[in-house]
Design a protein around this ligand. Structure first.
Ligand code: TMP
Length: 307
């Protein structure tokens, strides 16, 4: 990481096409970028949401699948049961009138029932592979370059999701054809026995506790990246990484870095829907907002500036 030595170098930083990118406070962004760059890549970690952040919102003209949404159990009866749950609970997830405590209970109920159906229906790892192969999931262009660059710089990437860790990993394997030793998935993780799903590990992560739970899981990560399930062999202490690049598609995703006690955070928001209605709030909440299902190239440029 070279230090920013002059303002003219910063002026060369254009994280994307102006039409698709909004920066409400360029001076604040420039000073955060300069601070992170001065501290170097050993101080940096990336925290990213998965669905509609690393992946595209639209795929071949339709909504891209989420990790839950793509799953087909090879058991039509159970797929239909999970679809019925989706039709009941998904409107409740977005209802503006349900109080948060009640909604949290409803989400716990949904995740609990859905996970139970996956176990009862005997989900196999082969069905996961097949589902991912047939899915409408695509990474934003530039995600592979982003992860490769961060791997080269030994910068850890923590992916937080209320979806399914095993599916996210399979999507990474099938769509990027590579595994990244710096990438750690913090999501609902399955336990298989003889190729069949028998349980889920740990506390359920749903949409309303994703960020709160992130703190619980992030605690062991402070000691040693890779201690949680041994999938990462990078033993760098994340505790020392006091600078954060955060990527999300909901304002609530900003909570993913709560509790990390960071010095400097650059936040990037992907505003995929309701652009006119949400642009002002996204512009205030995130340092950079990308619109219209933008590729990840602006973030690739940004990390080149940060490191
Ligand atoms: P996330 O992937 O943005 O973290 O959120 C998970 C989404 O998954 C959330 O919008 C609800 C959805 N979901 C399903 O589509 N099917 C399910 O069975 C469950 C439990 C959640």
């Amino acid at each position: 990481c070279e230090r920013i030595s002059s303002r003219s170098q910063m002026e060369g930083f254009h994280p994307g096409k102006a039409a698709d990118m909004v920066v409400a406070d360029r001076l604040a962004l420039e000073s955060k970028v300069a601070a992170i760059r001065a501290a170097g890549p050993a101080k940096l970690q990336v925290i990213a949401d998965f669905d509609a952040t690393l992946t595209k919102y639209w795929v071949d003209g339709r909504r891209g699948h989420s990790s839950h949404g793509l799953l087909q159990q090879d058991n039509p009866e159970f797929d239909a049961k999970r679809q019925a749950l989706y039709e009941y609970y998904h409107p409740l997830e977005f209802s503006p009138t349900i109080p948060i405590e009640e909604k949290t209970k409803l989400m716990e109920e949904w995740w609990g029932k859905s996970h139970a159906l996956l176990i009862e229906g005997g989900l196999s790892y082969d069905a996961i592979k097949k589902s991912v192969a047939n899915s409408a999931v695509a990474f934003r262009e530039g995600v592979a370059e982003l992860l490769e660059f961060l791997e080269e710089k030994n910068v850890p990437v923590l992916i937080f999701s209320a979806g399914l860790a095993d599916i996210i990993e399979e999507v990474l394997r099938q769509k990027l054809h590579k595994s990244f030793k710096n990438v750690k998935i913090i999501s609902n993780r399955m336990v298989f026995n003889d190729g069949k799903l028998v349980a889920f590990k740990g506390k359920t992560i749903h949409v309303l506790n994703k960020n709160e739970h992130a703190l619980d899981v992030a605690a062991p990560l402070h000691d040693k990246l890779g201690d949680v399930d041994g999938t990462i062999d990078d033993t760098d202490s994340v505790k020392k990484r006091t600078n954060v690049l955060l990527l999300g598609d909901h304002i609530g995703d900003l909570g993913m870095s709560d509790g990390l006690n960071y010095d400097t955070r650059v936040s990037v928001g992907f505003l995929n829907d309701n652009i006119e209605k949400s642009l002002e709030s996204y512009g205030k909440a995130f340092d950079i907002v990308y619109l219209n299902d933008s590729p990840m190239y602006g973030v690739v440029k940004l990390v080149n500036e940060l490191c």
